[in-house]
Design a protein around this ligand. Structure first.
Ligand SMILES: Cc1ncc(COP(=O)(O)O)c(C=O)c1O
Length: 470
């Protein structure tokens, strides 16, 4: 075992950054650089505290943080080790094309893409994927699939939702969709009949488009840093589309009292709430809040998707509702000849049945937790971050009218960014950059965030105090 004081660790008592955070940052850097290798044993907290001349609490806090991010692992009775990230048995598949050039002025060959909306699709268990498709291919092609979805998959999804989202559902509550867009379209058809539909503002542009395409009058419903502002909701909506687990794009997590007020609003006005649970499998440092659906299954339809947890091109999601609503939507689907591919459902069922999806999620949680920690560490000192406890994106809050310039300048330097402006429909309360960490690798996230941090610091754009809704 090596002593960490052999390595150039230096903690400053004069810094405003707590010693445990400094130490965690230093260890993270050393692991990223490979100076501390996977499998390497760290000194005991007592020994390290003595070596560094700090209290043992500093060491245990740093270790706890790194355990939570998946950098360290404990082996019973034998100490703390640098984690060996579980890698797919047959190795990652890197078939995704490399990022596009950021500019045509020849200065930047490849861009670092820090825009939201994309998961990491370059790393999955190729053997598990092939096995799932072989199994699907063993079955002959069929006639029209059950519009509710494959019974075996609905059963497996019910188990998955009970485990991952703590919702008590059975297969009778589930309809297998092609993803969130398809699920919302079916909700619009079944629930709305062309009435008024609320969409969070700022919010997911696809939701606005889908609802408008079905003849709804789309009503922007303002959100603040916690999520949709219930007291501002109109009383004449047929449906409200919302993202309570991790508001898109501002990142709020709807607090329990507001969830209760939202459901009271839905009961009193007769509106249905459509809960988009798109990235709820990814959560850091905080306990998951159970899905809104579980609080009142009669007023909520939950939409889930594999687009974030596996890959968008699989084209599988789920709609969870009362058995009556599920049956009504299944009947509508038959009339429309709308379906989810049978062989795709078979393959997904195998991934779930064999635990491959759970393993993939565990691996991706660690990967995303690492990227998110790098973002917090790099951008946290220069601006206020919001929505960093969940999902695959964070909001870096800036003062109004500064993000446009930073997006432009970052692009010239080879970093692709997104700002809140694109997601607004007029009403703007929070401003800043929406930073996604699904499509850039950990070293890219680190490089990109350093560039962004310098730009923010240089522009004096950070907005430190947030705005609270009444
Ligand atoms: C808010 C939100 N919901 C849902 C999705 C996924 O939609 P789909 O399942 O239709 O691919 C995304 C993808 O970017 C999203 O940003």
């Amino acid at each position: 075992m090596r002593s960490l004081v052999d390595l150039p660790v230096s903690l400053s008592r004069r810094s405003a950054v707590p010693l445990s955070t400094q130490l965690a940052g230093w260890l993270r850097e050393a692991m990223l650089a490979g100076t501390l290798a996977p499998g390497e044993r760290l000194p005991s907290s007592r020994g390290l505290a003595a070596q560094l001349g700090v209290s043992r609490t500093v060491i245990t806090e740093a270790f706890q943080q790194l355990y939570a991010e998946g950098w360290l692992e404990g082996r019973h009775g034998s100490g703390t080790f640098v984690a060996c990230l579980e890698t797919p048995r047959s190795g990652p598949l890197s078939s995704t094309p490399s990022p596009a050039p950021a500019s045509d002025n020849g200065r930047v060959a490849e861009a670092i893409d820090l825009r939201p909306g994309h998961p990491w699709v370059r790393d999955y268990d190729r053997a598990a994927w092939k096995r799932a498709w072989r199994k699907a291919g063993d079955l002959p092609p069929g006639g029209h699939p059950d519009p509710h979805g494959l019974p075996r998959l609905r059963e497996l999804l019910a188990g998955h939702l009970r485990r991952v989202r703590s919702v008590a559902v059975g297969p009778e509550n589930i309809l297998v969709t092609r993803g969130t867009g398809n699920g919302l379209d079916l909700c619009a058809l079944a629930l709305l009949g062309g009435g008024r539909a609320g969409v969070e503002e700022p919010g997911y542009h696809v939701a606005r488009t889908v609802l408008a395409a079905r003849g709804a009058e789309v009503v922007p419903c303002p959100v603040d840093e916690d999520g949709v502002i219930v007291d501002d909701l109109p009383n004449d909506l047929g449906l409200l589309y919302t993202t309570p687990a991790h508001q898109y794009p501002l990142g709020g997590r709807l607090p329990i009292p507001r969830r209760e007020r939202l459901l009271a609003w839905a009961r009193s006005t007769g509106a249905m709430v459509v809960e988009d649970d798109y990235d709820a499998e990814f959560r850091y440092d905080v306990a998951p809040l159970p899905a809104l659906y579980g609080l009142d299954p009669s007023r909520v339809v939950l939409l889930g998707t594999l687009s974030k947890s596996l890959a968008p091109d699989v084209g599988v999601g789920w709609l969870v509702g009362s058995p009556e609503l599920v049956a009504r939507i299944a009947a509508l689907r038959e009339e429309l000849s709308d379906r989810t591919s049978g062989p795709v459902q078979q393959a997904v069922a195998t991934l779930l049945e064999r635990g491959d999806l759970d393993r993939h999620l565990r691996r991706m949680r660690l990967e995303y937790a690492r990227r998110r920690a790098v973002i917090v560490e790099t951008l946290g000192p220069v601006c206020r971050l919001r929505g960093d406890t969940a999902g695959l994106h964070v909001l870096a809050e800036l003062s109004p009218d500064t993000s446009g310039g930073i997006v432009e300048r970052a692009r010239e330097l080879g970093v692709l960014l997104d700002s809140t402006e694109r997601h607004h429909h007029g009403w703007e309360r929070l401003h800043g950059l929406v930073i996604g960490y699904g499509s850039a690798s950990l070293p890219e996230v680190r490089r990109g965030c350093r560039i962004v941090a310098d730009l923010i610091a240089g522009a004096g754009a950070a907005r430190v105090a947030g705005v609270r809704a009444g």
